[in-house]
Design a protein around this ligand. Structure first.
Ligand SMILES: [Zn+2]
Length: 305
């Protein structure tokens, strides 16, 4: 959004996506805290931010798995008055200010994830009961939901919910269960975001290039003596290019050449671009003039069992 003119036609959809991402963010940590502070006596594994491939890729916020069953948790952190409708499947949020936003239905999302996870197990010749629950991160959330058998819980209710799940169904033996945990660990895929310009059909030429001042937001910091200078607020910052390089990969994806780097950072000298690119810890391929760089986006949270 910072790199588009304020009247750009993609701004409204980017804004609502931004609100949706922020709504999920922060909530997951609330559930993590519960899992950290509670000790379950049964054999189990807990995975966060799993990205798995079945007939399609899918992401699971939190997976709790035992030899008897698996529970998928979809965590939401959305303030305001919430209504989940079944048809069409959506989540509508009304803020005290009267502002209304629409989000994907967490229930429809969870149902689809449960099916995909069931298929993922089935393709490995495994059968487990798969349950799902939507977790509302904060107790101040008010929600109205259509009649569904998917439980909507606050984090503190999660341990009790788990303890009440039946452990009578056929269970996996120790070897199979250990193997399943290691498969889940290794099939975890690093998050590869699809390029923003592609997702929102934004022409490359609409994107404003230049290094953004971390102090005042001015675009087009100038580089002198290995530092970036803002002519709007006077700030000098040695590493201001790092965000710009990240922006480039998030916006366009793929591989960055020395020329791409120079154009985006608005610098002239190849050596400067080389030094900057080498200092970014990027993955590089090719030699000399043909060298390109790519960025790996690693999930910040690691698997815990
Ligand atoms: Zn500035």
């Amino acid at each position: 959004m910072r790199r588009l003119p304020s009247h750009h036609e993609a701004i409204p959809s980017l804004r609502s996506k931004h609100a949706a991402v922020q709504a999920g963010f922060g909530g997951e940590q609330e559930l993590d805290k519960i899992f950290e502070s509670y000790s379950f006596t049964m054999k189990h594994g807990i995975f966060h931010d799993l990205s798995l491939a079945s007939s399609t890729y899918f992401q699971v916020d939190t997976l709790f798995i035992t030899p008897w069953y698996a529970v998928l948790f979809e965590v939401k952190n959305i303030a305001g008055e919430l209504t989940v409708t079944e048809n069409p499947p959506q989540l509508i949020r009304v803020l005290d200010s009267g502002q209304v936003n629409g989000f994907k239905s967490p229930i429809a999302q969870l149902e689809s994830n449960c099916e995909l996870f069931h298929d993922w197990l089935y393709s490995r010749n495994l059968t487990l009961q798969v349950y799902g629950s939507v977790v509302l991160a904060y107790a101040r959330q008010r929600i109205e939901v259509f009649d569904t058998n998917i439980p909507i819980l606050f984090p503190s209710a999660v341990p009790t919910f788990i303890r009440k799940l039946p452990t009578t169904s056929p269970m996996l033996d120790d070897v199979t269960f250990a193997d399943l945990l290691s498969q889940l660990g290794s099939s975890h895929r690093d998050f590869i975001p699809s390029p923003i310009c592609e997702t929102y059909s934004i022409p490359r030429s609409d994107i404003r290039t230049g290094v953004i001042c971390p102090g005042c937001g001015f675009i087009g910091m100038e580089r002198h003596s290995r530092s970036w200078h803002c002519k709007a607020c006077g700030l000098a910052e040695r590493e201001a290019h790092k965000q710009a390089i990240r922006d480039w990969f998030l916006l366009f994806g793929g591989k960055m050449s020395n020329k791409d780097c120079r154009e985006f950072l608005q610098i002239e000298r190849q050596q400067t671009a080389n030094r900057i690119l080498r200092g970014m810890g990027l993955h590089s391929e090719g030699a000399n003039r043909n060298r390109t760089y790519s960025m790996q986006f690693l999930s910040e949270r690691k698997k815990r069992t």
